[in-house]
Ligand binder design. Structure first.
Ligand code: MG
Length: 400
């Protein structure tokens, strides 16, 4: 399979020169950072649509601050608590996932930021790619669950995916230094999370409070737990496998506690090209919106006047068994990504609810992955069915 980062160039801007942005998941961490990037863009980016699942109060505030043409509340129960009169003049309200699909496909949308957390993000990303949009993809589950289907859809409909995940943004940038056939290896860096130095024994008693404190990145609770278990890296391996069309054996992971080197590409001649910047999501978000151009922006800058250490070490497979599950799912493909992702979402919820221990998360995921009825070339329906099945399995396991 060829590397696909050169497949399609994003559509040109609207006649007025600005890019009209749909921000899906605007009240989450990536969404809030996206609005900062838009606000600082000097009119290059204009918010067209803001969508949230249930956070209506935050959405109303955002609408007053940036005055988009539309706000969409996906959850109809949450939407019933607000009315169109809560919104500023000129901003219209739409409700439900179908309305979101329709608006995302509108010709007035130039770029779609897909930042709805979890499996729920797949649907609207699919709608955007189906309409040939350029998607700034922050929702990694889309590619983890249905990578081959999503990449085929993008190719067929002329859609483009530019990753927002910092590692994949770094890889996307580094890949521009060579030809696809010249890539020898892709190395994803990992902060190692808050438990990088904890003993194996003490990991079983980790509390959700401890796990929710991330040393370098400020993110939502689900991804923060994933970072602590290193399941985040497992999901990112699968994401990279499909996004860049590289086989699993060309992918690697390296722990880099400073989170300055966001990932690297090694070419066949031995050159390693890396992307460096302080950890700040505004940079990969802006890159995904401005690509193939670069603009001045609001992301933090690297300070070359102070001494800086960059440390690297291989991840410990005994304390962080989740990483191996990522290699396995990336190598086997098929339904593995969807099953691992769903099992993990349910297990993280079980941990946050106090039903599972920290170390149970990777264990139950391994079990569900091994026992699932594997399909090598699933349809979207197969993926959805197994997603539900894997969640049930975890819930049952947690109750025993
Ligand atoms: Mg990441």
């Amino acid at each position: 399979m060829p590397l696909s980062h050169r497949s399609a160039e994003p559509a040109p801007p609207s006649p007025s020169g600005c890019l009209r942005i749909a921000v899906l998941g605007s009240t989450g961490s990536v969404g809030v950072n996206t609005l900062e990037v838009i606000a600082a863009s000097q009119g290059r980016f204009v918010p067209f649509l803001l969508a949230a699942n249930r956070s209506t109060q935050a959405l109303i505030q955002q609408a007053h601050a940036c005055r988009p043409a539309w706000v969409v509340v996906v959850d109809s129960t949450a939407a019933s608590e607000m009315s169109a009169s809560d919104l500023p003049v000129g901003t219209r309200l739409a409700v439900g996932p179908e309305a979101l699909d329709d608006l995302v496909q509108s010709p007035e949308v130039d770029r779609v930021v897909s930042a709805i957390v979890g499996a729920a993000g797949l649907r609207s990303t699919w709608a955007a790619l189906e309409a040939g949009k350029t998607v700034a993809l922050a929702n990694k589950e889309t590619l983890v669950m249905a990578g081959p289907l999503v990449m085929r859809l993008a190719e067929r409909c002329g859609g483009t995916i530019v990753p927002v995940d910092s590692e994949h943004s770094a890889i996307h940038q580094a890949l521009r230094a060579g030809m696809p056939a010249e890539v020898a290896r892709i190395v994803l860096t990992a902060s190692g999370g808050p438990f990088r130095e904890r003993s194996r024994e003490s990991l079983a008693s980790v509390t959700s409070q401890e796990a929710l404190k991330h040393p370098t990145w400020s993110m939502g609770p689900k991804i923060t737990i994933d970072s602590a278990t290193m399941m985040n890296k497992a999901l990112e391996l699968i994401e990279a496998r499909w996004l860049f069309g590289v086989p699993a054996e060309k992918l690697g992971v390296l722990v880099h506690p400073q989170s300055i080197v966001h990932s690297m590409v090694e070419f066949v001649d031995g050159s390693v090209v890396a992307q460096l910047s302080p950890p700040d999501m505004k940079l990969p978000i802006q890159y995904a919106l401005s690509y193939p151009q670069r603009f001045e922006g609001v992301a933090r800058r690297f300070d070359f006047s102070t001494a800086t250490r960059l440390d690297f070490e291989p991840p410990d497979p005994v304390r962080f068994p989740a990483v191996r599950l990522g290699y396995e799912a990336a190598a086997r493909g098929g339904t593995c990504g969807a099953v691992l992702n769903a099992a993990n979402e349910a297990a993280v919820q079980g941990f946050l609810d106090g039903q599972l221990r920290f170390t149970d998360i990777a264990e139950v995921c391994a079990r569900v992955l091994n026992e699932h009825p594997f399909q090598p070339d699933p349809s979207l329906d197969d993926v959805r069915r197994l997603d539900g099945w894997a969640r049930q399995e975890v819930v049952q396991w947690a109750c025993v």
